[in-house]
Design a protein around this ligand. Sequence first.
Ligand code: HEM
Length: 227
Amino acid sequence: MSLEAHTQAVRVWDLPTRLFHWLLAAAVLGLFVTGQIGGNLIVWHMRLGLLVGALLVFRLLWGVVGGRWSRFASFVRGPGTVLRYLRGQTQASEHLDVGHNPLGAGSVLAMLALLALQVGSGLVADDEIATTGPLNRFVSSDLALQATAWHAGIGRWLLVALVVLHVLAIVLYARRGKRLLPPMISGDKQLPASTPASTDSLTTRLLAAVLAAACAAAALWLARLGG
Ligand code: HEM
């Protein structure tokens, strides 16, 4: 049996990445519901928004120092590689299917960017009734109104569309025999034994906890700026 044919469980998504993902998914769902209902729930909408802000900053840092397959360097690819991937002209040794494949990476980056815009616009938003974001007083009322229109309008629906597309893509991959969901739960994929793994040790998890605590502290500080 060749080395490539022999497969084993390889850690792809480290624990911090998995916790990030499921916390993000739960918070985004909560944001959608609290944003739709409004009223007293807007307090929770703002809290969850700050949580998503903290998660995004954490993911940005984890994309630099995290496990191998969580690093941006492992999945941000140029258009040339994406085209080669779509034409099936890539080599197994390039490991393009271990973490996010070049196509999935595009949707991951789009979701992260859109979420950042959604949090940013929420921070300065003004609903012209009773609620303003914590950074609203630092921007002009014109900018605040534009940000609010984006936040409650096109930004929100673009994000909903991307999340629906994300979940649909995962279902479609599963129907074609490629199950992406179990690795986002257990962390492991069944891959050729020669595939490099993500480090997911006590030390890296402690590092993630320290970074996450710093991100949470920064979000709380930001919330207090609103007075
Ligand atoms: C039932 C709902 C969801 C399921 C089943 C799901 C599943 C997954 C899976 C399997 C992956 C890994 C894809 C791959 O192998 O390339 C992934 C990645 C990702 N998902 Fe979801 N997801 C869900 C909801 C969401 C929501 C609501 C968001 C946020 C808007 C989200 C944002 C992301 C992001 C940002 C990544 C990249 C993770 C990273 O690299 O840190 N997902 N998701």
